[in-house]
Design a protein around this ligand. Sequence first.
Ligand code: DGP
Ligand code: NA
Ligand code: NA
Length: 210
Amino acid sequence: MSHRRGALIVLEGVDRAGKTTQCKKLVQALRKSGRPVEMLRFPDRTTKIGQLISAYLEKNYNLEDHAVHLLFSANRWELEPLLRQKLEQGVSLVVDRYAFSGVAFTSAKPGFSLEWCMNPDVGLPKPDLVLYLQLSPEVAAQRGEFGAERYETSDFQRTVLQRYQHFKKDPSLNWQVIDAAKSIEDVHTEIKTHSEMAIEAVQYQPIAEL
Ligand code: DGP
Ligand code: NA
Ligand code: NA
């Protein structure tokens, strides 16, 4: 590739870790320094599939666990052409959750292996950097009550936290653990540094696949 591509930067972590706040601050900071960047989030609740997922999360609609897992993955795949297009155009993407949420949340349910959970997302663009906002269940609880959506209970979140630990072991995933108990500004500074380094490092590399 002779022209520069954008970097795929993903923020992951349990609910209340501050992912959405940090995604927005990161996009603002990167824009300020003149870098083309856009924010995305998964699930993207605006599509037809996303509306089904949203109804499921709001407990207005029940879906079988395997079926909803495949819908979350389909929601990522329906945005895949856009992701690839943006990256190739040189736009970096800051993404609030990705396939790792799929694996961590579904495998937190009984009877789901990590392998089965990962399979539907195999072939998606691979993140150049995953910023894992690590937060203990105790500190998460101090940040206030959980919302009313499905999965938002401390027991389930504890299991999700355990499932996320699996990714730390794989060096090829470009997984960076960030201490999300620090102040918003300290976390921001840290993830901005990692992101700027990733954007520089990958600009002439091909887009990899999960
Ligand atoms: P939010 O990030 O606040 O829009 O919440 C989305 C919820 O859905 C959150 O509890 C994490 C969960 N989630 C995200 N992606 C997946 C996925 O691929 N599979 C499953 N089972 N849950 C997911
Ligand atoms: Na949520
Ligand atoms: Na969020």
